[in-house]
Design a protein around this ligand. Structure first.
Ligand code: KIV
Ligand code: ZN
Length: 505
């Protein structure tokens, strides 16, 4: 059995796609989920791309204890040095250098001839190696590169000290058969390939990211790059959960396994969805709401007679809560704490106290508090921003024969302000009233509301996306009252945007 190294790039390739950006606190929350999943490498960001990314990579590098922490860097000496500054305190750092190798990228993006690219790649790896024992080299757009050139460049970066070589299918263009042939070709033609880790990084533009990754693994690749829920540029990256479960379910076929604790997948997926406000589609493999639902009578009959008739995986394999054990308003702190531990949350004393208070408030409004409610509550609590606007109280009037009207009182830095507005429905009215107080400096790009769990008293989760210039932030709010959830989401977005821009708005 080979063990395939799982390189998670949720915080870099995932985070860099539109609408998926995360602030430091959110990245740290996700880092805990990734460590609990037991990924082998966490790519924490692109340190030299911005001061925020630098800070995130540095903080994650100083936090993570159980796996490698990587940062992507361009093949530029100043960037590599800066990247090392962010990574140097990590227990196990990894510098990830990339350079494009396809004819179209070399000619139009890099404006460099192939010989220069070859030289720059080796120089960059040699330079990175001065700082860090673990250096990965990615040949961007590898699958549209000339194979002979690719073999040459990989041979030369291995000679320069690369410990991992990565084959990105940057634009999601390849097929499983082609990937198999490419990996076979590289295995036969790259000097020194037997002493390094051969990695693949697939995008999902044609819906084949997981299949291409698995084809590469079958052909001998020993590292898979992926993201939770498959988030990433355009159609996303190969999904961690699909790769981990495919390798687990078809272990004998692949002759390979991973270190992933699959029972942590559901929680990691839910926490990420809460953070970025993007829920996987219902039919998404493994983590979609219908992934384990048997609706058709004939299927239900078969599953009741023998689960294996229609189930190749069990919900418990990925940690889907059974839903049998619910907490309620009579549950004590110990029961709540026990449940948090079994869900993989490790809160400090103060955080626990605060979370318990929020749980009690929720339990007063909602009869049964399920695991899904607790996951939502904890994700919400961990993303709270202490500064900025807070809702003191609100009143909303709406109906089919009157225009919706809202009045709201907000507090910021000890000062309370009140205003009111009409609107096209209650949410629009209350958002308009908030805009009048906050001196609107953002655009509402998206708004959604969904129930966290089933039932009439379900917790509602509102998500807004707010934009200002190039910045897009996600705000979330939770409440059994959907207007309150929407207000919280809107204010959390406004506060995040203000924090991001370092302004006083
Ligand atoms: O898709 C890609 O080519 C990448 C590399 C930079 C690894 O994300
Ligand atoms: Zn990528």
């Amino acid at each position: 059995m080979r063990t395939i190294r799982i390189f998670d790039t949720t915080l870099r390739d995932g985070e860099q796609s539109p609408g998926c950006s995360m602030n430091l606190q959110e990245k740290l929350e996700m880092t805990s989920r990734l460590e609990a999943l037991r990924v082998d490498v966490i790519e924490a960001g692109f340190a030299a791309s911005s001061p925020d990314d630098f800070k995130a990579v540095k903080t994650i590098a100083e936090t993570v204890k159980t796996c490698y922490v990587a940062s992507l860097t361009r093949s530029i000496e100043a960037d590599i040095e800066h990247t090392w500054d962010a990574l140097k305190n990590a227990q196990s750092p990894l510098i990830h250098v990339f350079l494009a190798t396809s004819p179209i990228h070399m000619e139009y993006k890099l404006k460099m001839p192939p010989e220069k690219v070859l030289e720059r790649a080796a120089e960059s790896v040699r330079f990175a190696k001065k700082f860090c024992p673990e250096v990965e080299f990615s040949a961007e757009d590898a699958t549209r590169s000339d194979w002979d050139f690719l073999a040459k460049i990989f041979s030369s970066v291995i000679e320069a000290g690369a410990t991992v070589i990565n084959v990105p299918d940057t634009v999601g263009y390849t097929t499983p058969q082609e990937m198999t042939e490419l990996i076979n070709y590289l295995n036969a033609n790259v000097n020194g390939i037997e002493k390094i880790i051969l990695s693949v990084h697939c995008h999902n533009d044609l819906g084949m990211a997981a299949a291409n990754t698995l084809a590469a693994v079958k052909a001998g690749a020993s590292q898979a790059e992926c993201t939770v829920n498959g988030i990433g540029e355009r159609a996303g990256n190969a999904a961690l959960e699909e790769i981990a479960l495919a390798l687990r379910t078809k272990r004998d076929y692949f002759g390979a396994e991973t270190n992933i604790d699959t029972r942590r997948i559901y929680r990691a997926s839910r926490v990420l969805s809460h953070i970025i406000g993007m829920t996987p589609s219902a039919n998404k493999p493994i983590v979609g709401a219908n992934a384990f639902a048997h609706e058709a009578g004939i299927h239900q009959h078969g599953v009741l007679a023998n689960r294996n008739t229609y189930e190749i995986m069990r919900p418990e394999d990925i940690g889907i809560p059974s839903g049998k054990m619910v907490l309620g308003k009579h549950s004590g702190k110990h029961a709540f704490e026990d449940r948090l531990v079994s869900l993989g949350f490790d809160l400090g004393k103060d955080e626990l106290k605060k979370a318990f208070g929020q749980f009690k408030t929720l339990a007063d409004r909602k009869k049964d508090v399920s695991d899904d409610d607790i996951i939502a509550l904890i994700s919400d609590k961990s993303l709270e921003i202490d500064s900025g606007y807070r809702c003191v109280r609100f009143v909303v009037n709406s109906g089919s024969t009157i225009p919706a009207m809202a009045a709201i009182r907000l507090e910021k830095d000890g000062v309370e302000t009140e205003d009111s507005s009409t609107g096209d429905g209650p949410i629009n009215a209350v958002f308009n009233a908030i805009d009048r107080i906050t001196d609107k400096h953002y655009t509402l790009l998206d708004y959604s509301i969904r129930a966290v769990t089933e039932g009439e008293d379900a917790l509602g989760e509102a998500t807004v996306k707010l934009g200002r210039g190039n910045e897009i932030v996600t705000g979330r709010g939770l409440s059994t009252d959907i207007i309150e959830a929407s207000i919280k989401a809107y204010l959390s977005g406004i506060n995040k945007l203000a924090l991001k821009n370092g302004d006083k708005k």
